[in-house]
Design a protein around this ligand. Structure first.
Ligand code: AMP
Length: 613
């Protein structure tokens, strides 16, 4: 639905939206009457699970309904794809090989549909957030996901900066040091930000791109699985569906323990042994949970100490502690932070929405919607960047492959820095410029971003010719490198984005075509049998591999639970349909007839998808 205010705004400026593409949930926001606000889904949801499902009809489903299928159809549904961003390894989803950015593009396409419903169809610009600790490749993959979804990606900004922007807009006149502690589903980031007269400057950022709530879930999964092994001698993690069921239960347990001291875990149908269902019935306490994850939480405190050190601040210099990300709801996180800082973190920042709202603030600064606010934000480079040089080694020897830093880590961006080097050999007429990112003194331990050759250097003696290398790092975290021969002025510039991926346009076109084909499947709902699968796969393979009694029981149990949850949400005909479904599932499970169970599961899955779309 479009509202009048927005239509009026639309005529005076182009809306640019802010997007939080999270590991677990995603959200989109915009500036409305001078304040950031969420763009809700047609079902009025402000955030959606970052889960993608390709259903049996080949239809792409994103969000809550896709999450419901993680257990029932684990080979057709995927969560936490953000953890794979930047990897070139395809992921098999419903038999199709998709790159992480292609799957992320499906999530962003869903968000774009909300934006289109709100503002009307057409080209939209977006600011998308990434963890501060995302590498160059991960940022580029995110930008590409945005473009594949049909957005013009205006800027990629760091999540903690976004959170601070959301806070900063409401506290423009205060001069403060803010610590943003962002513990989400898959990543941890901590940043120190200085706010002074509306200028928001990131002083330092650090984190761990592989630490978050998902890890806590898996700790619980392992603990429950070990209990199953102890009680029944069966490891449920070896069965795809039982593992998915356990993971979903683990997340529920974790969340309950944020408000309760203990929870009863009741999983009567986790597996089947000698044709009998077996499961778990145990009490799980908050202190047990904390014992499982405390080492991980204390790792985050080490990062907090490091970021303070890098920003040259003491704990007492921090005026505000902002906790963002769903995992900061764990009471132990509050406890660790308040013990360390001797003060309570702020409670008025919405942990799930702060990042999207802050991205919208950045978007508003760009679009002009917040031009009058007086807020300005700068950011920092999360890694050192430099080139490979000859370096002294063991006192008197010289060895290639030394790392010479041109942009030190935590340099405020945008930034341009130059350094001049000289030729190493007599008659050297070309120089290889190898661009690296990282912190090690030898490049082989760092990350190669790109390389090029500067030719045409006049023939001269070693050291006589100068080569000036300039690094320009923009606010999107994208690097441009220029090498210039000082004596002739001849220069060569490479944008690392292009240098890394010369066939990037072709790759982009191929990805776009792949996604279009997916959506064409959507249009053709009757076309069940013609679902295109990768070589070597057909639909039967996928279905047949999942028909063990254990798997079917676990699947039926999950569907039953979901159907019971849904019952209260529907009335009339739909409610009757769900009731019937519950009865058939129960009957089929009681009878233990595998064929019947499979049929009922198929029907139930279809019904649920029908009901929930
Ligand atoms: P985010 O990436 O910021 O969306 O955070 C998602 C993570 O927060 C997931 O791992 C969730 O399981 C976790 N989470 C959400 N709510 C809670 C809660 N009440 N207690 C503990 N963890 C939570």
């Amino acid at each position: 639905m479009k509202n009048n205010n927005d239509s009026q705004q639309q005529s005076s400026f182009r809306p640019i939206v802010g997007i939080d593409l999270g590991t677990t949930t995603s959200a989109v926001a915009y500036i409305h009457m001078g304040k950031p606000d969420m763009v809700p889904s047609p079902h009025n949801k402000r955030i959606i699970p970052s889960v993608v499902l390709i259903d049996l009809q080949g239809k792409v489903i994103v969000g809550e309904d896709a999450r419901a299928a993680l257990i029932a159809m684990p080979d057709r549904a995927i969560a936490a794809v953000k953890r794979k961003m930047g990897s070139s390894e395809p992921i098999l989803l419903a038999g199709q090989a998709l790159l992480p950015q292609e799957i992320s593009a499906l999530i962003l396409k869903e968000l774009k549909s909300y934006v289109d419903a709100h503002f009307g169809a057409g080209e939209k610009e977006a600011v998308i957030t990434v963890p501060a600790y995302f590498t160059d490749e991960q940022r580029r993959a995110t930008k590409q996901a945005g473009e594949l979804a049909g957005f013009v990606v205006e800027r990629i900004i760091n999540e903690p900066t976004a959170a601070a922007l959301a806070f900063g807009l409401g506290h423009i006149d205060e001069d403060r040091h803010i610590l943003v502690y962002d513990l989400g589903g898959g990543t941890f980031d901590v940043s120190v930000i200085e706010m002074m007269s509306g200028l928001l400057e990131v002083k330092a950022s650090t984190g761990n791109s592989l630490l978050g709530g998902e890890d806590f879930d898996w700790k619980i999964v392992d603990c429950l699985a070990e209990q199953m092994i102890k009680e029944h001698g069966v490891d449920p993690r070896l069965d795809l569906r039982a593992k998915a069921l356990l993971k979903a239960e683990a997340e529920k347990i974790k969340m309950t323990l944020s408000t309760e001291e203990a929870v009863t875990v009741s999983l009567p149908l986790l597996a089947v042994q000698n044709n009998h269902p077996i499961g778990l019935l145990i009490e799980f306490t908050r202190s047990q949970f904390i014992a499982l994850i405390d080492t991980l939480l204390l790792e985050t405190l080490t990062c907090v100490q490091r970021v303070l050190q890098e920003a040259n601040l003491k704990p007492s210099d921090i005026d505000e502690i902002l906790l963002v990300g769903g995992s900061t709801r764990i009471p132990r996180v509050h406890e660790i932070m308040s013990d360390y800082f001797g003060r309570e973190p702020r409670m008025d920042v919405h942990p799930d929405e702060a990042v999207a709202l802050g991205a919208a603030v950045q978007a508003g600064l760009k679009s002009g919607a917040l031009a009058e606010s007086g807020l300005i934000a700068t950011d920092v480079a999360p890694f050192s960047m430099g080139i490979s040089v000859l370096k002294e080694w063991k006192g008197n020897q010289v060895r290639p492959g030394g790392f010479h830093i041109i942009l030190p880590r935590n340099t405020t961006i945008p930034v341009t820095r130059s350094d001049t080097f000289c030729t190493a050999f007599d008659d050297q007429t070309s120089a290889s410029i190898e661009i690296y990112q990282g912190e090690h003194e030898w490049v082989k331990h760092n990350h190669l971003l790109g390389e090029f050759i500067l030719a045409g250097i006049p023939s001269n003696s070693a050291g006589a010719e100068g080569i000036e290398v300039t690094y320009r790092y923009n606010l999107n975290g994208i690097l441009e490198v220029t090498a210039k021969c000082v004596s002739t002025g001849k220069a060569m510039t490479v944008t690392v984005q292009d240098a890394l991926n010369r066939d990037s346009q072709e790759a982009f076109a191929a990805s776009a075509a792949k996604l279009e084909a997916l959506y064409n499947n959507d249009d053709d709902d009757d076309d069940d049998d013609e679902l295109e699968l990768e070589d070597g796969y057909d639909e039967e393979d996928i279905l047949e591999s999942d028909d063990s009694p254990t798997v079917l029981h676990a699947e039926a149990a999950a569907l039953l639970e979901r159907a019971q949850d849904l019952l209260g949400e529907f009335k009339g005909q739909e409610s009757t349909r769900i009731e019937k479904l519950i009865t058939s599932l129960q009957e089929a499970m009681d009878r233990g007839d595998i064929d019947l169970l499979q049929r009922v599961i198929d029907e139930a899955t279809d019904t649920m998808i029908d009901l929930e779309v």
